[in-house]
Design a protein around this ligand. Sequence first.
Ligand code: BES
Ligand code: ZN
Length: 646
Amino acid sequence: MHISNLTRISHSLIFILCVGILGACNQENKPRTSEGQQMTQEDQELNGVDRYTYARPHDAVITHLDLDIKVNFVNKKITGKASFQINNKTGVDKIFFDTKHIDIERVTIGTEEEKTEFALVGFREFLGRKLEISILPSTEVVNIYYSTRPEAMALQWLSPQQTVEKNYPFLYTQSEPTYARSWIPTQDSPGIRFTYNARVEVPKELMAVMSASNPQEKNADGIYEFEMKQPIPGYLIALAVGDFSFKSTGPRSGVYAEASVVDAAAQEFGELEEMIDAVEKLYGPYRWERYDLIVLPPSFPFGGMENPRLTFATPTIIAGDRSLVSVVAHELSHSWSGNLVTSATWNDFWINEGFTVYLERRIMEELYGASYTRMLRLIGYQDLEGTIELMGETSMDTHLKLQLDGRDPDEALTDIAYEKGALFLQVVEEAVGRERWDEYLKNYFDKFAFQSMSTEKFLDHMRETLMNGDADLAKQINIDAWVYGPGLPDNCPVVKSERFELIDEAVSKWVAGENAEALGAKEWYTHEWLHFLRHLPNEISTERMAELDQSFNLSNSQNSEIIAAWFIHVINNNYEVVYDKLEAFLVKVGRRKFLAPLYKELAKTEANKKIGIAIYKKARTNYHQISTVTIDGILGWEDARYLMQE
Ligand code: BES
Ligand code: ZN
């Protein structure tokens, strides 16, 4: 099954939590601060475009970063110096940076490092603190000496116990959407790009890799140097430090992973080169030289993160049969949609993710064929329908163009950007024909390479160059309904899968009493299993749960997607004999798209909620903060702790 789908479920869950529990989402189109108050004029002028940065790039903007840092696992701090080359466009006497959970020791300007005044001003929940630095009209370099705090959102410091090998600690960063500022004081906006060089000092036994040119072997002194020659926005800066090694998968690709994972990873992702070739053939050259992938410890909160040159990935996509590699196709596709042509603001998130899901499916079609890809599409479509139903058909959060205002930008992460975005592009493809559309897209990636793209800029460009004033075509596509309207417009493509129709028949037979063994399931592929599990009735007797489990060994499945879908039924039907396996899964895996639906299912009854809280108590330290924020909400963790008298 396609990973994005369950992602969508957890994303919707997060959304619903926000609406229902925190009451933080407002449907009104009025600018608000993160605290919910209406924004002042000054607030609104913060940047003019991106509400999540203090930077004023039209006045003074960063262009290059020289990072020189030391990674200290003992006190869980990154300490060092971030030197920025800046462009003081309007000759202002102050430049503004974003910081969160960062201590600033001193700031200097110029290569001569003259001392200058600085101040950390205010605090806003989703922005952090503004770093104001006094500069001169002639200033070209700003040097910031800083250290991070242990609670920095981007950083997960893992103990040896939380790695696969259990010998050494591990650190990784997650900068998207607005967390780069928690490990580097920077102008952290998707619309601000910079190149970077870095020198990173780590304990000698460990190796460091970044979203940049990377070493393939450990060195003796623990000092690593990196270069990112292409300008990237702050959310794409990334670092991982640990005891891992490299294995090549082809002339320009390979995988990094801990010792006992690296062979399996290289085998699972053995099609990287073919995938790169497939996109290049359609949409023009891969512009980042190498494409490597690092498999992180299981706590990584996402399926994948498209850090340029080095995708970060969860180990839960290593199924042994390459059946979950659409995640890799997705992250690779971001090398065009997202990393090359980048959403101007988080309100334009679909410009990253909708295009990427569209590209991902084109790769999957190229490698695995149309019938296979129809299964992926249909699963995505079903999730999207579920999300729209949960959000409400008229919700403004079901528009492609979002209005996040001062809300948590994490709320942009719904199926809407991904699946509705991809469907919209499919509508355009079908209206103009694949050949013309592919030609258009190839040109789009070339023309706007290394630039920001707002929804409006894309639509204008498409109207001008693809539609050439063809009124019938415009009517047929109905752009406004897709982009600025709720739910799914009338011309939404019908998604069908003949393979899933056979699975539907199997479900009916089983429901009518047929033996599990007689369903012909031995031949099923992962996505067919997922369709089967997702369409079983909610209520299943203990006998029939046992029959399914004994026939298919579901509770011991090595496929994370299958076992997670099975556990939903396990919880819903109180099939307690395998609760120990459920617990083992929840303690080990930190990927939010699995955690959120499972804890949510547990929270449905008093008895299961108690069990869920007890499991969470053991598991919570293994999770990244991105996941704990969500699960705390689902379980009412603060209240729960109080009840347990901690
Ligand atoms: N860029 C996203 C992950 C992300 C989005 C992180 C927004 C933080 C904020 C990544 O490309 C992604 O979409 N990952 C998905 C998998 C994909 C196959 C849909 C995920 O991790 O679930
Ligand atoms: Zn993505």
